[in-house]
Design a protein around this ligand. Structure first.
Ligand SMILES: *Cc1c(COP(=O)(O)O)cnc(C)c1O
Length: 222
């Protein structure tokens, strides 16, 4: 199937109001343009250099989401291009992103990444860590950043009960954060979770943004 057909197939199944991030990492600009021409406007990349190389070649009405682990020395590289950084995994990174956004007079949305998977290689705040950071005021007093929600990845497994319980934990943590710490911030409303293999489970457990690569663009060649 073509990229346009893949996109159509997915958007037909996505409930209304749930946004699709087309994860274009490792795919060339020509393939991304196929998705763009089919109407897709939100794209996700997980490597700073790759995003900074592709974005200037693409139409300016694209919303670029950064979804990978972001090293502090790469923040400046992506800042002119991103609309959302989904993968804020420390309070230090958050502070730096706010500072760099202010430096170039931009505003960015960010999601706080939660670590709920079994793999230690995945990054993000543990649930108790994020609650503690919120309690300590780490998410207040930002000038050029709006925290719009949380992001997470489930364990890479066929066990969909495991995946479902991790997504449920994300949902519950989001609710706690919203009620206790973000009640006065109506922008705090997004839950980004679900990839090609598990997005229907994620949607069932409250996802508002899904991040799909393989099911749109095919296998990546690393
Ligand atoms: C690559 C990636 C995806 C997309 O994965 P697919 O299985 O190809 O749909 C989603 N989220 C993150 C953070 C990724 O790195």
């Amino acid at each position: 199937m073509s990229i346009a057909q893949n996109l159509q197939h997915i958007t037909e199944q996505l409930p209304a109001g749930i946004k699709l991030v087309a994860v274009s990492k490792f795919h060339p600009v020509e393939r991304i343009m196929e998705a763009y021409d089919a109407g897709q406007r939100i794209f996700g990349e997980n490597r700073a250099q790759e995003l900074a190389a592709k974005a200037p070649q693409m139409p300016t009405d694209i919303e670029w989401h950064f979804i990978g682990h972001l090293q502090k020395n790469k923040v400046r590289m992506i800042m002119p291009w991103v609309s959302t950084i989904q993968s804020i995994d420390s309070t230090q990174l958050l502070q730096l992103v706010d500072k760099e956004a202010a430096r170039i007079d931009r505003h960015v949305d960010v999601l706080l990444q939660l670590h709920v998977a079994k793999e230690q290689t995945k990054s993000g705040f543990a649930v108790d860590e994020i609650l503690e950071a919120a309690e300590n005021g780490a998410f207040n007093n930002l000038s050029n950043v709006t925290i719009t929600g949380v992001m997470a990845m489930a364990t890479f497994t066929d066990d969909m009960d495991q995946v479902a319980s991790e997504f449920e934990l994300v949902h519950n943590t989001f609710r706690t954060l919203r009620e206790k710490y973000f009640a006065s911030n109506p922008a705090f409303k997004e839950i980004s979770m679900g990839m090609s293999d598990d997005w229907p489970v994620a949607v069932k457990h409250g996802a508002t943004l899904v991040r799909i690569g393989t099911d749109i663009f095919g296998q990546r060649e690393y």
